[in-house]
Design a protein around this ligand. Structure first.
Ligand SMILES: *[C@@H]1O[C@H](CO)[C@@H](O)[C@H](O)[C@H]1NC(C)=O
Ligand SMILES: *[C@@H]1O[C@H](CO)[C@@H](O)[C@H](O)[C@H]1NC(C)=O
Ligand SMILES: *[C@@H]1O[C@H](CO)[C@@H](O)[C@H](O)[C@H]1NC(C)=O
Ligand SMILES: *[C@@H]1O[C@H](CO)[C@@H](O)[C@H](O)[C@H]1NC(C)=O
Length: 348
């Protein structure tokens, strides 16, 4: 009798474990110190551009490399490059978005490249699209540099660059051929003057010099969401939208009210509570994206988990070196590896 109960108990525990891993929210948890990280030494990865290459740019501390994301309710399996390449044999993965997509793209390339010494690859670039083809596995990792996801029509009617809020037609055919798509857009919607990469906004037949930027973002993202809902074939493609990546320019968010940037941060916020609010833009993204019914779609909700990592930005070891203070992008190796580790686990 005792044995039967024990058996039933073990059985129940087992079932419980399985269901909780399946239903686990990978995006809720905390960062834990783990001396077996990072996954690779960034000096051995040929894909990291200057802006993300903190170690090469002279960043002296290394503690920030040694944290692993631990979901609250389950265990993540460690990223395994050889397994990833086998699982995605013959397939292609494309990141579409701004420099934060580039950040994650280069991290995935490093994770794959450093896991297989001597792996053969071919690199190609055509316009905004880059491809790294890992030849022996026939795996292609791609990047589409795309700030708004909706079209920017160039030179049309000679009036200049036009941000077309109700169309993604310009690029969608390059997207749909892939097996995995990871999109992001946010940071550029608010940019003005010399940092604004368009001259007019078009919606329907109306052409405007400018409009409320929040409304523009909502309209543009809704266009994208409608496309994802209608155009993506769930039997072929999985489509993710990466929520906005948090910056660290306000020390009040981590109990250092006089701190104005991430320049002296060498440790993450530990524990599972971050005092800063979730960025306002996240609510808008979630509201619009929650309407997508296509089973191919999943929200890739990295905002909250990345908020803890005030220590993991390039700071004075990024694009502009000591004259800059980059608390927006992420050092590679680092946080974007964790994003890719979660992406990997979604496919296990
Ligand atoms: C994380 O889990 C805790 C406890 O279950 C919950 O209170 C909290 O809302 C969750 N946070 C997120 C971002 O999902
Ligand atoms: C990475 O490799 C370089 C060169 O071999 C070495 O100097 C450095 O200490 C290594 N960094 C880490 C974090 O292991
Ligand atoms: C996906 O596959 C299922 C089952 O084979 C099929 O019924 C469905 O029509 C397919 N959907 C699309 C959009 O091709
Ligand atoms: C900094 O963050 C605090 C706490 O979230 C907030 O109250 C404050 O308005 C923020 N300051 C700025 C300049 O954004």
């Amino acid at each position: 009798m005792k044995l039967v109960i024990l058996y039933l108990l073990l059985h129940l525990l087992h079932i419980h474990q399985v269901t909780s891993a399946e239903n686990c929210n990978f995006f809720n948890g905390s960062w834990v110190f783990d001396s077996s990280y990072p996954h690779y030494n960034s000096t051995t990865c040929p894909f990291i551009e200057h802006v993300f290459n903190c170690q090469r740019n002279g960043r002296p501390d290394e503690m920030y490399l040694k944290y692993r994301w631990q979901p609250q309710d389950c265990q993540l399996q460690r990223f395994c490059g050889s397994d990833f390449l086998l699982r995605f044999k013959g397939k292609s993965i494309m990141f579409v978005g701004d420099s934060l997509s580039r950040n994650q793209y280069q991290s995935l390339l490093c994770l794959l490249y450093t896991s297989m010494p001597g792996i053969k690859y071919k690199e190609m670039r055509s316009g905004d699209i880059s491809v790294v083809h890992f030849l022996d596995y026939e795996v292609q990792v791609k990047l589409d540099r795309n700030l708004f996801l909706v079209d920017v029509a160039r030179d049309k009617d000679k009036i200049g660059r036009v941000l077309v809020l109700d169309s993604v037609a310009g690029k969608a055919r390059h997207w749909l051929v892939n097996d995995v798509l990871v999109f992001n857009t946010f940071a550029w919607w608010g940019r003005r003057r010399s940092k604004q990469p368009w001259d007019f906004i078009k919606l329907g037949d109306k052409i405007m010099k400018d409009m409320d930027r929040l409304a523009a973002l909502e309209t543009g993202l809704t266009t994208w969401a409608r496309w994802a809902d209608a155009a993506v074939n769930p039997n072929k493609t999985r489509v993710f939208f990466q929520t906005l990546s948090p910056a660290h320019y306000n020390g009040s968010e981590w109990d250092e009210p006089h701190t104005r940037n991430c320049g002296r941060e060498t440790k993450p916020v530990l524990g599972s509570i971050y005092h800063g609010n979730l960025p306002w833009g996240l609510g808008i993204q979630k509201k619009i994206l929650s309407k997508i019914k296509n089973p191919a779609f999943k929200l890739f909700d990295i905002t909250h988990l990345s908020q803890f990592r005030k220590d993991a930005h390039p700071s004075a070891y990024g694009e502009f070196g000591r004259t800059g203070m980059d608390c927006l992008h992420w050092c590679v190796a680092g946080v974007t590896d964790a994003w890719n580790e979660i992406l990997y686990n979604i496919f296990l």
